[in-house]
Structures are given as C-alpha cells and as structure tokens.
Design a protein around this ligand. Sequence first.
Ligand SMILES: Cc1cc2nc3c(=O)[nH]c(=O)nc-3n(C[C@H](O)[C@H](O)[C@H](O)COP(=O)(O)OP(=O)(O)OC[C@H]3O[C@@H](n4cnc5c(N)ncnc54)[C@H](O)[C@@H]3O)c2cc1C
Length: 395
Amino acid sequence: MIKKSRVAVVGGSIAGCAAALAAHRGGADEITVYERADGRLAARGVGVAVHGVRYAELAAAGFLDADIPWVGLSHRTWYVRDDSAPSPLGRPLTESQFDFRTYNWGPLWRELRTRVPESVDFRTGSAVKQVQLTSRGVELDGEPYDLAIGADGIRSLVRTAACPGVEPEYAGYLAWRGAYPESELPDAHLWPKDQCAYVVFDGGHIVIYRIPDDTGGHRVNWVFYTVPPPGFTLPAEGGRLLTAELAGRLAEITAHQLPPFFRALIEATPERERFVQPLYDFTAPQYATDRLALVGDAATVARPHTGAGAVKALQDATALQSAFVAAGTGSAALAAYGAERTPVGRTMVDLGRSLGRALVQETPDWGSMSRDDLAAFWRRADGSGAFGGSRLPRD
Ligand SMILES: Cc1cc2nc3c(=O)[nH]c(=O)nc-3n(C[C@H](O)[C@H](O)[C@H](O)COP(=O)(O)OP(=O)(O)OC[C@H]3O[C@@H](n4cnc5c(N)ncnc54)[C@H](O)[C@@H]3O)c2cc1C
C-alpha cells in the first residue's frame, strides 16, 4: 500500500474518477483531483460500449456495477443497402455473437463520480497549468505531491511532462456521432432491441446501438465513419467541426448509400444532437515515470472501432490500484503499472489502425461478400483479438 502519500489526479472525467478511487483503495492519505470544467461535466449524450467479459473483470475490480444504467446487446448484424431487399433495414450480410453492455456517457460518468469518496478533494473549475518535477516529488502549480496521475485526456499536460514530444496523429478521417430517442423513431420495433448494427458502404460504415436515456427509456446511438471531402483541413483547436461542408457529406452518403431505416435515423437526428470527432491515434512510449502516471486518453488514444475507450481507462485504473496495493512505495507501484499497461496501449493503437483500414480506408466490395468472407475479413482485421479491450491479467 502507498500509505503516507499525497497523490494528485489531473482530470476528473472517466479516467480521473477511476484513478482517484484506485489511489484511495491503494492507501494514499491525501488525494486531490483537479478538473478544469466547472461543476458537472456536460455529457455529449452519446454511447460507450463495454464488452461483457471486460465488464465482469471491471466489476470484480470494483470499477463498474449493475446499478449503472446499461443496455444489453447479444448479437451484431452487418447490413448493406440493397433496393431489392424486403426489409427497410437493408440486406443482412451476416450475424454473430456480440456480448456488450452499452452506457450513456453522462450517467456513466455521474455514477463513477458518486463513487469517489468524500475524503478526496475534488476541485472543479481548477485547471493545472504547470507540472514540475522536484527532488522530492512533483509540484502542480507549486503545490507539492508525491505522485501525480495524468487523467487529463488527449492533450495531456502531464504527458508532456512525462513524455515530451508525443502528439496525437490525425488518422485521416472522421466520426460523425449522434443519438436520437427510440420512441420517436418510426418502425423502431423492426430493429431487434439487443442488436448492434454495422451498416457498411463504400468507404465507411455506421455502428448503431441503443443506450439508456435519463428517463428509463432508450436513445439510438450512431457513429458514422468516413473520410471528409477532398481539401478538408482540421480546424484549429476548439474550432467548429460541424460545418455545412461536413453536414453535406453526411447527408449525401446517408441519402445514397444507407438502407431506409438507418437513413431515417440519421436524418431525424437534429443538428444540436450531432457532433463530429476527428480520429487520432498515439500511445505514450511509457505509461509511468518515477513520479508520474498516465491513464485513459492521456496515455493512449486508439480509434473508436476498437470498442474500448472507456474500458481502457477503467482497466488502467484497475492496474494502478493493484500496483498501489502490492507495492511498498509509490515509485515501485508506478514502475509495475508502466510495465503492465504500456504494451496494452500499443496493442490497442495497432488494432484501431487495422480496423480503420478494413472498415474505412480500404473497404472491400461489401455486397459481394458471403458469410464466410466476412468472418475471415473480421478475423484478419481483429488480428490481436483485442476488440472490446484486451484481457486483464489474473492475480
Ligand atoms: C465532457 C465529456 C463528454 C464525453 N462524452 C463522451 C461520449 O458521449 N461518448 C464517448 O465515447 N466518449 C465521450 N467522452 C470521451 C471519453 O470520456 C474518453 O474517450 C474515455 O472515456 C477516456 O476518458 P478520459 O477520462 O481519459 O479523458 P477525457 O474524458 O477526455 O477527460 C479528460 C479530463 O481532463 C480535464 N483536463 C484536461 N486538462 C486539464 C488540466 N490541465 N487541468 C485540469 N483538468 C484538465 C478535462 O476537462 C476532462 O474532463 C467525453 C469526454 C468528456 C470530457
């Protein structure tokens, strides 16, 4: 246990709340969380998927539980538009087992936040500006700590201190995301409740599944991946991404390449419920130094095709907790944590790139694929078998 330690966590989102819990259970005396946002983090209202086996591991480790609202999926069906298909869902290409739980980001974060013990000093509206290593530990804006955990997302300041020069790399395409109330979707009963749909088209695909809403009902969450129009350049940090040009691109593909049911879903989702996310990847060459640890998106961002963004963050916290409990000193704990999680980050980035090539950048002729072709295609794309997150080591 890391008793008599002062630990700082930078960032109070999914990874930050879980890291604070890990430090508390690992024996830290004083824990401070710095979160730049004021008050509650504003949810983007879209979904997070967690593989069933990864859920069981994270529940056993105490980072997820059945009280957090979720929707169960059992199978995945791949659809392609075929105007002669009898169903508005399109022509199903194949179906396979898909054991996932889905969450709405907002309630998931809120539930994790309530599990952070009251003894933790959780400072909202508190942006860290400087991370300084000293002979005795680390200082955040002059305040001394034994260890600092960077849970500060893709543009992490803590990562800059731990691994200078590591920058996210744009993957060359985008995800348009949205969610729409199931109760307002015409013919929702045609689409099985426990199905994850992959609707594929030339140059991309959409992943669609239900998530809980805040009232006991469901929203239909969609993530639409494809390349932007030629000449597109990323706006500067904080710039608006849902431009008329990108909205037009989405509308054109939706009208010409999607089966009617999924077309209706995208077209019904109002603009205020949509956003565009450029895809990046990178992984820190080391998850920890003597005094600094990186968790969640601060450590690694893999493309969302991996279905493992939140899982990865929660697994990082699980590994950190085990390392704190097993080690006698903070530095020894961080060394063990870094050795366990650094290779996982690399695996997830490689998997995201492989799935991105297969599902967006070098798509096959979907319409001609048989069930066996698709099964072989998926085995090749998910070569590492880490889709949904890699397995946590057993104690
Ligand atoms: C408000 C919000 C809504 C999101 N909604 C969704 C969603 O609907 N679906 C989905 O799949 N993913 C969503 N994500 C992303 C998702 O949380 C992450 O990809 C994943 O769960 C890993 O989370 P993370 O905690 O590592 O990083 P993030 O969620 O990016 O959190 C990083 C946190 O660090 C804080 N921070 C950054 N720099 C500083 C600093 N210098 N000082 C103090 N605080 C700092 C940020 O304010 C942020 O809260 C959302 C993220 C945020 C912040």
